[in-house]
Design a protein around this ligand. Structure first.
Ligand SMILES: Nc1nc2c(ncn2[C@@H]2O[C@H](COP(=O)(O)OP(=O)(O)OP(=O)(O)O)[C@@H](O)[C@H]2O)c(=O)[nH]1
Length: 229
């Protein structure tokens, strides 16, 4: 099966008036208590669309790679501590020429999942530049998570797990390796984000603070699945 991606023009993507967007909104009537915007960022071909499709549909988009044009979104409602949390997940084009389109969406995002491909060193080296863009365009308190994708491709790995961990530690962001192909850690990444955002939105002053790093570490160890290859 080949990946099918949405083509929104810059103008359509900005004002949300394309036929495609309207049709999609009309079909979304699932009940939810609270909604958040999450964005997927990273170089072209690191697997952003595949990670989103894995989370949304539980499937892997193999076959020919077709780059995202502009920006697209999918919704998914998840249960977090008996609350229905809707994640509106924006899948951005990694190609440089779409950067001005995607910048416009940064400031509305409450969380950013920043991906690199463990088999592609430049995609890892570019993470610092992505973080600079995030600091320039996103809200100051945006939740950021670093994901090293394609962890199933052990034989082609060129970025060590420790390198991802070190970079994430330097910037104080949580990190995990994922595979859109096998599904490893994909759901955990989105659920951890949903939990963090839900806690931020609903936490009472006397409640203990939710610790995103601790939660991720405890769940990784529970599933024992975070290190492949
Ligand atoms: N083995 C493996 N292949 C993957 C994985 N994730 C994505 N791919 C493949 O990598 C290629 C790129 O995936 P996409 O999800 O389209 O990449 P993208 O980051 O959305 O790319 P842009 O739309 O250009 O920004 C496709 O051929 C996918 O099948 C993964 O976890 N494992």
């Amino acid at each position: 099966m080949s990946a099918r991606k949405t083509s929104l023009t810059d103008k359509q993507a900005k004002n949300g008036t394309s036929k495609y967007v309207l049709e999609r909104c009309a079909s979304i009537n699932e009940y939810y208590d609270v909604a958040f915007k999450v964005m997927l960022l990273g170089d072209s071909a690191v697997g952003k669309t595949c990670v989103l499709v894995r989370f949304k549909d539980g499937a892997f988009l193999g076959g020919n790679f077709i780059a995202t044009v502009g920006i697209d979104f999918r919704n998914k409602v998840v249960d977090v501590d008996n609350l229905k949390v809707k994640l509106q997940i924006w899948d951005t084009a990694g190609q440089e020429r779409f950067r001005s389109v995607t910048h416009a969406y940064y400031r509305d995002a409450q969380a950013l999942l920043l991906l690199y491909d463990i088999t592609n060193k430049p995609s890892f080296d570019n993470i610092r530049a992505w973080l600079t863009e995030i600091f320039d365009y996103a809200q100051k308190d945006v939740v950021i998570m670093l994901l090293g994708n394609k962890s199933d491709m052990a034989a082609e790995r060129v970025v060590k797990t420790e390198e991802g961990e070190k970079l994430a530690k330097e910037y104080g962001v949580p990190f995990m390796e994922t595979s859109a192909k096998t599904g490893v850690n994909v759901e955990l990444a989105f659920l951890a984000i949903a939990k963090e955002l839900k806690h931020r939105a609903t936490q009472l002053p006397n409640e203990p603070k939710f610790k995103l790093h601790d939660y991720i570490e405890s769940q990784k160890h529970k599933s024992g699945c975070c290190r492949l290859g």
